[in-house]
Ligand binder design. Structure first.
Ligand code: HEC
Ligand code: HEC
Ligand code: HEC
Ligand code: HEC
Ligand code: HEC
Ligand code: HEC
Ligand code: HEC
Ligand code: HEC
Length: 442
């Protein structure tokens, strides 16, 4: 015991000496002020930092947190480092991140009005939507607004995959580092991947049942290939794109969906102001070339293992299922739109048009549910949940998601919408019909 204690002390002394020998002034100050005290105050964090490459390279607490906080009575003076601090030494990763979709997370959350009526704890406080959408560089104004509301933490996106303070590359290469955000109710890519063949293989490798160099693509392999920090897909989350397809039926169905997304004016068919937001936040690929470039990139990745024609066939299955899902979707939208047009359901307060509006629903969903008819809610779920599972399940090669959670649920939604619409029409007719005796005499 005593001996190992002595060895520890000797090692510590040696490491202090080596810091002193190698170190610029800041390292010395850190060892004296920051580390020494924090070994007592937050020992777990010092330990975590010690296993990082940063510790080995002498990048200490003060490099990221500054030196304004010096002791126990002024911890609020410690700075919380933004991505800019990481960029001092990791400009490439910063630039790649800035060019990808993750950079839009915070902005797309804040573009939804629902964000401003939900409990702040779940938004800026990061326990709900904000916990996943704390992705993306914040502008000076955004940071200021955040501080003004009394928030201090969660100003850095770089610790979302390689978490502080070990900042480990291998942690970020593990697909489980994506799980927290890419799972569950709204975007179950984790469930799709992990229970389909690619994921199954990865887990078999992880538990030693397949050799370490067996092929098993992870989320990173397909979405952050070659170690890039730029993530972007051809279809994106909403599964729409411009220009309209050549197939006339699909073009018609897609137009209906774009109206329900409010990017086309349902009355005139002209683009609305909302298209600008969609454009700014890169929600939709707006040209054929842009879409094709992402598709080709993905195909190249598949072709690292599969034959190109095999992989192309698989991806085209996803495209075809978007087309077929769009057909069901457009039928459902038309039914609800007709109810609005005939005055059978009323335009909810604040709706821009007497037409279903997915974005508006999303913006107010948790806010004034009584404003929305049941049929509107079924329609919203059909789009946001079941249509997405249909094609995301295809792209992630998961039969259960593509069918049971996707297509099968869409057909069920459509049935429910048809039935409810008929009942609403009946009830409306009964309400507005003339009483029998008036029919007799006039
Ligand atoms: C004399 C002890 C002491 C020294 C020296 C010290 N700290 Fe701290 N530090 C604390 C205490 C106490 C807290 C508050 C811990 C708590 O809230 O549980 C703290 C908190 C922090 C926090 C978190 C602040 C927050 O708002 O959550 C950071 C970051 C930090 N210190 C970094 C540093 C850095 C960098 C240095 C060196 C420049 C340093 N500390 C030096 C005692 C110290
Ligand atoms: C003062 C320069 C500096 C700053 C600031 C800095 N780093 Fe590093 N970082 C390094 C150096 C040096 C390495 C080691 C590179 C190597 O291993 O060759 C490194 C390595 C890394 C690694 C790879 C670790 C591994 O397991 O190989 C990650 C991830 C990382 N840094 C993330 C960050 C993040 C996130 C921030 C901001 C919160 C940050 N760094 C701030 C200099 C810095
Ligand atoms: C569990 C994590 C998580 C929560 C909670 C969450 N989101 Fe998301 N959100 C994501 C992920 C991941 C994506 C990208 C999904 C995809 O492409 O399939 C996304 C996509 C989006 C998009 C589309 C962005 C685009 O460009 O395609 C919007 C808008 C959005 N979320 C808003 C919200 C709002 C508003 C809330 C709260 C009411 C919320 N999100 C809650 C993780 C989350
Ligand atoms: C490479 C940069 C970097 C280094 C070095 C670093 N930190 Fe941090 N630290 C961060 C980041 C990033 C955050 C999270 C900021 C945010 O988004 O709020 C953070 C947050 C913290 C927090 C508050 C949040 C929490 O989880 O409690 C404490 C305490 C802290 N660091 C202590 C330390 C101590 C002690 C050291 C030195 C042993 C250290 N840090 C070194 C980057 C760094
Ligand atoms: C979506 C997850 C994710 C986010 C967010 C993220 N990274 Fe990474 N990072 C990774 C992955 C995955 C790797 C491993 C790449 C590889 O396989 O070479 C990595 C590796 C790194 C490395 C080590 C590079 C090398 O080759 O040694 C650095 C440095 C780094 N990231 C910095 C950053 C910075 C700075 C940010 C914020 C601007 C950031 N990362 C945000 C996933 C992420
Ligand atoms: C902290 C939460 C979080 C983590 C962790 C995370 N993501 Fe994301 N991801 C998001 C959000 C939020 C979006 C949507 C951004 C937006 O609003 O545009 C997103 C979008 C994406 C997209 C873009 C899809 C499109 O629309 O084209 C891909 C691909 C992606 N993430 C892959 C990954 C991978 C791979 C990992 C793990 C290495 C990962 N993400 C880790 C939150 C996260
Ligand atoms: C074998 C390659 C591959 C793997 C592994 C993979 N994906 Fe995907 N992913 C795709 C393809 C293909 C698409 C659809 C691309 C398109 O739009 O053409 C896609 C789409 C996405 C999208 C955007 C559209 C959507 O489905 O919401 C997100 C987000 C995403 N993947 C996240 C993940 C995450 C997280 C993991 C790991 C849990 C993962 N993917 C694993 C190939 C892969
Ligand atoms: C790193 C190698 C690798 C990459 C990259 C890869 N796959 Fe696979 N894929 C495999 C292996 C291995 C299997 C398991 C084969 C089996 O089931 O016998 C598999 C299985 C499949 C299956 C069959 C699933 C089943 O249930 O039988 C399909 C479909 C598939 N991959 C499509 C794709 C597509 C599309 C891409 C690109 C988006 C892709 N793969 C990328 C290695 C890869």
């Amino acid at each position: 015991m005593q001996q190992s204690g002595m060895i520890r002390h000797t090692l510590l002394l040696l490491s202090v000496l080596s810091f002193l020998a190698a170190g610029p002034g800041a390292v010395v100050a850190d060892e004296l002020y920051c580390i020494t005290c924090h070994r007592g105050v937050t020992p777990g964090y010092v330990q975590d930092w010690e296993v990082s490459r940063h510790a080995a390279m002498g990048i200490d607490c003060a490099v990221c947190h500054g030196e304004d906080h010096q002791g126990s009575d002024d911890p609020h003076m410690a700075q919380m480092p933004t991505e800019e601090v990481c960029a001092m030494c990791h400009q490439d990763q910063y630039d790649q991140f800035a060019a990808g979709k993750h950079n839009h997370g915070w902005k797309s959350l804040n573009a939804m009005a629902v964000t401003h009526v939900e409990p702040p704890e779940l938004m800026d406080g990061s326990r709900g939507c904000g916990g996943c959408h704390n992705m993306g560089l914040k502008s000076e104004e955004e940071l200021q607004a955040y501080k003004d509301k009394g928030y201090r933490y969660q100003v850095n996106s770089c610790d979302e995959c390689h978490t502080r303070h070990s900042f480990s590359k291998t942690e970020a290469q593990d697909p489980r580092s994506c799980q927290m955000c890419h799972m569950g109710y709204d975007h179950p890519q984790w469930e799709m991947w992990s229970s389909a063949k690619h994921g199954t293989r990865w887990f078999a490798k992880d538990s030693g049942n397949l050799p370490e160099n067996a092929a098993a693509p992870t989320c990173q392999h397909c979405h952050l290939p070659g170690g890039t920090h730029t993530n972007r897909t051809a279809w994106g989350f909403f599964g729409v794109r411009l220009p309209l397809p050549e197939d006339p039926q699909w073009a018609k169905d897609r137009t209906t969906i774009l109206k329900a997304l409010g990017v086309l004016n349902p009355e005139t068919g002209e683009p609305t102001e909302r298209l600008k937001v969609v454009q700014e936040l890169d929600m939709v690929r707006l040209t054929e070339e842009d879409w094709q470039a992402e598709r080709t990139r993905m195909l190249d990745i598949c072709a690292g293992c599969h034959s190109r024609s095999y992989a192309r066939t698989q991806l085209e299955t996803g495209d075809t299922m978007i087309r077929k899902a769009d057909e069901l979707m457009a039928r459902a939208i038309d039914i609800v739109a007709d109810l609005y047009a005939d005055g059978i359901i009323e335009k909810p307060e604040g709706y821009p048009f007497a037409y279903p509006d997915f974005f508006y629903f999303m913006r107010t969903a948790g806010h004034k549910l009584e404003n929305f008819s049941h049929i509107d809610q079924v329609l919203f779920q059909m789009y946001m949940k079941h249509r997405m599972r249909t094609y995301q399940g295809c792209f992630h090669l998961n039969p259960d998601y593509a069918y049971w959670y996707g297509w099968a649920m869409m057909t069920k939604d459509l049935g429910e919408i048809e039935k409810s619409a008929a009942l609403l029409r009946q009830a409306h007719a009964a309400k507005t019909a003339k009483p029998w005796y008036r029919k007799l005499f006039w």
